[in-house]
Design a protein around this ligand. Sequence first.
Ligand SMILES: Nc1ncnc2c1ncn2[C@@H]1O[C@H](COP(=O)(O)OP(=O)(O)OP(=O)(O)O)[C@@H](O)[C@H]1O
Ligand SMILES: [Mg+2]
Length: 280
Amino acid sequence: MTDAPLLDVKGLNVTFPTRDGGIFHAVRDLGFTLGRERLGIVGESGSGKSMTGRAILRLVRPPGKVIADHINLEGQNLLDLSERDMRKVRGQRISMVMQDPKFSLNPVMTVGNQIVEAYRLHASVSKKQAKQKALEMLEAVAIRDPERVFRAYPHEMSGGMGQRIMIAMMLVPDPEILIADEPTSALDVSVQGDVLRIMDKLVKERGMGLIFISHDLNLVSAFCDRILIMYAGRVVETCEAGKLHEATHPYTRGLLNSLPRLDEPRERLDVLQRDPSWSA
Ligand SMILES: Nc1ncnc2c1ncn2[C@@H]1O[C@H](COP(=O)(O)OP(=O)(O)OP(=O)(O)O)[C@@H](O)[C@H]1O
Ligand SMILES: [Mg+2]
């Protein structure tokens, strides 16, 4: 990669006050850069993956706190922006597909109108143009009957369709970065493949940067270029996806050894080892 990173995160911490007056670190001293590539973030439940995504967009709700040396988007520190300017970043430059799309869609508004509204918020286009774009985006996420889906309400959609609609909505403004939080976990394998191909195309054709959050190490290593492995709020290891088998950290080794492998059937899978010193 020759060009400067799209995103450069340094010293990111997300904390929550605990009931006994202490501080809980959901994310601790996290740093990484993102180019026009597919970066995977993996780790077990509660390791801080979603909080990392939300923190980048300054979407951590109080009493949660985000502190960082910087979160630079093409050299501009997002922590220095006003809330108004930050809204523009969220709508146009960095999009995030949230882990549970059901909570992100408005139940009383048709799918099509939601996409049109999201688009018109940031682009001065006519309703007709916005509808055209919305239909194109629905088609791009492999929705077979976009006209029908355009007129439907969110509750009429399956979980998998809801997730693809969210992706369509997030892609309408042509973001430079897409943060996709478990975007395929509610999908069956064939649709999962469709969605991965769509995201792949966007990275290749539009030069988008993708942060792909998942607990599925197999999927991430097959799909991404680089992987951050998180444990208890920290990045314990960063590696090229193709070199995952060379990973050295005991937690990563444990994750690898606890995966079932088709080519090497085993009687029993290893139990994942944990060590408090890895997060110290
Ligand atoms: N509002 C909150 N108050 C206190 N702690 C929180 C809050 N939200 C999240 N946390 C804690 O922050 C930690 C990181 O949460 P996060 O949602 O980032 O995990 P995750 O890696 O995305 O997990 P999963 O794979 O289950 O989605 C967890 O231990 C969680 O319990
Ligand atoms: Mg999560």
